[in-house]
Design a binder for this molecule. Structure first.
Ligand code: SF4
Length: 390
């Protein structure tokens, strides 16, 4: 049996794991009522009891990057889009408790019935990538495209990891949502509708898909920086670009470097490097396999016993894969810990708190999307569902 080699902890990671403290880090977290202490030995029993009391009224969704202590209570696990669809397939569940981050709960709210309530156990569970594209910034970019006379050539495509407001913008402008599994299909469709694509908010997924899967060159891509005047681009650059990439990235996957790949190949001879397409272009280019979270899980499951894998994605998932497949060597691609800090906000105390509030007849932390935004976001999501197979 191969033992998972834990990467070295950093001060921030210890904090996330509840083994350090920083009063400032809890600023802005609002949990009315009593949040149980992480040291409470009855947390598992309390969560179990609350779940049983709520029965069929409750449906708990757990994203793959969630902690084990939370995942054990999930009725289904998956990536963000699968979970939103799973929620939509359970119209009888009154309360959808989403153990994930804010944009995922918004998508679940859009896809479920008005009677269902979507609850995020900790409102501080956002996503740094989604926060990198704000509606007012995207509207400003579109005004620039109009002023440059290219707006009618541009089709907006947004990654699932974006706010409902951005999905609504994309739906209003004839675009589509994509996931890391169908980004190529979404881009192929978008280039049939127009000559250029504005890809939001993850530059890496956009670049990796366009260059590695669709035959575009790096010169076909330009980077729009919302913090610079005119996005930091000249009229010629905008006129010549096919892919206008938004300057956003995932703070977890963006950490993996080419050095990590080279170092693991030296350390583990014959290792297969498997990474998520949110990783940087040079990392994805140097890897052996690239794919979505679901692809990563399937690949490790199908791998022969005795094979070695270094995986570039969130640590909770990599550790779970290592524990589930002791006949294979599963390692984390980086030497140091790399959790998604916002995903880790959802811990057992917050889950227990949310469930016990529901048992008490109070509905905490409801995530709602306003009807107009929801309508146009749904247009862009439905367009994704209608993408032709490839
Ligand atoms: S892993 Fe990255 S994209 Fe996913 S929630 Fe965390 S910051 Fe956002």
């Amino acid at each position: 049996m191969t033992v998972f080699a834990e990467p070295s902890p950093t001060a921030t990671a210890l904090l996330l794991l509840g083994r350090g403290s920083d009063a400032d880090s809890e600023r802005g977290v609002d949990c009315p009522g009593d949040l149980p202490a992480p040291s409470d030995p009855d947390l598992v029993a309390r969560a179990t009891a609350a779940k049983e009391a709520l029965g069929e009224r409750l449906f708990i969704l757990g994203h793959h990057y969630q902690r084990d202590e939370v995942i054990q209570f999930a009725d289904v696990t998956g990536d963000s889009f699968k979970l939103a669809r799973d929620a939509a397939a359970r119209p009888g569940a009154e309360f959808i408790v989403f153990c994930g981050v804010h944009f995922m709960a918004e998508s679940a709210d859009i896809l479920t019935t008005p009677e269902q309530r979507v609850i995020l156990p900790d409102l501080a569970a956002g996503c740094s990538m989604a926060d990198m594209a704000v509606l007012s910034q995207v509207e400003q970019a579109w005004e620039l495209f109009e002023a440059e006379g290219i707006a009618d050539q541009v089709v907006p495509v947004t990654y699932m990891n974006s706010s409902a407001a951005i999905k609504g913008f994309v739906g209003r402008h004839g675009g589509v949502v994509c996931t890391s599994s169908n980004a190529k299909r979404a881009l192929t469709w978008a280039f049939e509708q127009g000559q250029k694509v504005l890809f939001l908010p993850d530059q890496h997924l956009g670049r990796n898909t366009a260059v590695l899967e669709m035959g575009f060159t790096l010169d076909d891509c330009v980077l729009y920086d919302p913090h610079k005047r005119d996005g930091g681009l000249t009229s010629d650059q905008l006129a010549g670009a096919r892919m206008i990439l938004w300057r956003g990235h995932c703070s977890v996957h963006g950490r993996f470097s080419l050095d990590c790949v080279n170092e693991v190949r030296e350390r583990i001879p014959g290792v297969n490097v498997l990474v998520h397409p949110e990783c940087r272009h040079e990392v994805v280019t140097a890897a052996d396999y690239v794919g979505s979270t679901e692809y990563i899980i399937r690949t490790v499951e199908a791998a022969p016993a005795g094979s070695a894998w270094a995986i570039g994605t969130e640590l909770n998932l990599v550790r779970r894969l290592a524990n589930r497949h002791p006949d294979k060597t599963v390692s984390f691609l980086d030497r140091t810990v790399c959790y998604c800090s916002t995903m880790n906000r959802i811990d057992l105390p917050h889950l227990v708190w949310a469930l016990e509030e529901l048992v008490a007849g109070r509905v905490p932390n409801v995530i709602t999307v306003d009807p107009q935004t929801a309508h146009y976001a749904r247009v862009a999501l439905d367009q994704m569902l209608a993408l032709p197979a490839q």
